[in-house]
Ligand binder design. Structure first.
Ligand code: T4K
Length: 399
């Protein structure tokens, strides 16, 4: 015990814990270039409504992703809503329950029923072998979610969508700069939707984009995100305000220039975490496929409580008390949140893998605000708590 007490004393002095380490701390590009662009947009007095910086960002992103159309938006939730409407989805749409609530809300907001599908426990994503049994005459589409920046089973979902003549879209909120079979996410299915929220690998403060190779769909989405205006004084469609501002666009253009730096810091952090977590019993870390391009933005652990001597939730509290603001994404699953919990009280019976996974996952901080020494310190805390359980955890923190 003496050694642990000594280690505990060291923890108190570690700079890593002097301030909070959050999951989701934004990656920020070159400040001078960003401020110069902000000055420029102020000088031009063109702040929003398809301004030159938004157009530039759309072109640069479309080139980067190898897709015909990129339509920048105010956030991914509105982008999902608009795309769902532009693609004429109705009735029921199959999605995973293990996702951020926005995937489900974007449907329900439009009175379309999200039908929750179970996940493959190996990669946490929608399990294509469970999709087909959920298809009914009311099914109009499938939305796969590329969780943690990893592609879901695109080919299997495309085969099902083709067979049943339903739309296939992807929630690619986590997926910028990630590839599938060497091709960037962004041009699969009928359309893909990215989030550029502050917490994402690439951010525009708030923001998002729809990408598609479908000319007609792109044209409808463009109209819908601008109230349905087709030129001055002429509205030809029902629309909403989904526009991205110039301020967001300059943040995006600046972030794009730093993308390689963001990836290399995240990859370094990921490798450091791999080393640390290899020696934490009962903890498995999700790995990225090194043959593909990844943004390494999510450090995702699965905690096996039958091996660790503390529960996942106790571990989370201890980490918080130690200023490591880890998260239980996407606990407890959309099906256990309102209104879905009330609408589908039996949904959990069809989601056994989701039910297990939401109790196991813990996401740790990474990104350009996190350094390797801090990760090493997190590793030390995890090793101590997990191997000595309550005995040590009571001393580590007052939670
Ligand atoms: N689909 C999927 C699969 C998604 O994950 C998301 C969003 C969407 C769709 C919808 O995209 P958007 O409409 O947002 O573009 C956060 C984000 O707000 C949300 O965008 C994201 N997913 C989700 C996974 O995470 P919360 O409720 O966890 O946010 P919050 O405020 O707790 O912040 C998360 C962490 O980030 C905290 O530890 C604090 C830190 N943080 C946050 C902000 C905003 C910072 O350090 N700086 C910041 O500026 O949802």
């Amino acid at each position: 015990m003496k050694q642990e007490v000594d280690e505990l004393a060291i923890f108190g002095d570690l700079p890593a814990f002097a301030e909070k380490l959050h999951v989701g701390r934004p990656n920020i590009g070159n400040r001078e270039r960003l401020l110069a662009r902000i000055n420029d947009l102020l000088d031009r007095r063109w702040l929003t409504n398809d301004g030159p910086y938004v157009q530039q960002l759309e072109r640069n992103l479309a080139d980067f992703l190898g897709v015909k159309h990129c339509i920048a938006m105010c956030n991914a939730t509105v982008a999902l809503e608009i795309t769902i409407r532009a693609a004429d989805l109705s009735g029921e749409v199959i999605i995973p329950s293990f996702t951020f609530i926005a995937t489900a809300h974007a449907l329900q907001w439009q009175k379309i029923t999200p039908v929750f599908c179970d996940i493959d426990p190996r990669n946490h994503m929608i399990d294509p072998s469970r999709v087909e049994e959920l298809i009914t005459p009311r099914t109009s589409g499938i939305i796969g979610v590329h969780l943690w920046g990893q592609p879901c089973d695109i080919e299997a979902l495309a085969a099902i969508a083709n067979r049943h003549k339903v739309r296939l879209m992807f929630d690619a909120a986590h997926g910028l700069a990630c590839s599938h079979k060497g091709r960037m996410l962004g041009s699969f299915g009928d359309a893909e939707v990215f989030s550029f929220h502050a917490t994402k690998f690439f951010n525009t403060f708030e923001g998002g984009a729809v990408t598609t190779n479908d000319d007609e769909l792109a044209a409808r989405i463009r109209l819908m995100k601008n109230f349905g205006f087709s030129g001055y004084d002429n509205v030809i469609y029902i629309g909403i305000n989904g526009k991205m501002s110039e301020l967001s666009a300059v943040m995006g253009l600046t972030s794009l220039e730093s993308l390689d730096d963001f990836v290399s810091v995240n990859r370094r952090n990921y490798q450091q975490y791999q080393t640390e977590m290899a020696s934490v019993p009962g903890v498995k870390m999700l790995s990225f496929d090194e043959r593909e391009q990844s943004n390494y933005q999510y450090i995702v652990l699965e905690i096996d409580e039958s091996i660790t001597r503390v529960s996942r939730d106790r571990l989370l509290k201890i980490l918080w008390a130690e200023n490591v603001i880890a998260r239980r994404y996407f606990y407890p699953g959309c099906h256990r949140m309102e209104p879905y919990r009330s609408y589908f009280p039996q949904a959990r019976l069809l989601l056994p893998e989701t039910e297990k996974l939401v109790k196991r996952v813990l996401v740790l901080p990474t990104g350009t605000a996190v350094g390797v020494e801090q990760i090493a310190a997190i590793g030390q805390v995890m090793r101590l708590v997990v191997s000595h359980g309550e005995e040590v955890s009571g001393r580590l923190s007052a939670v």
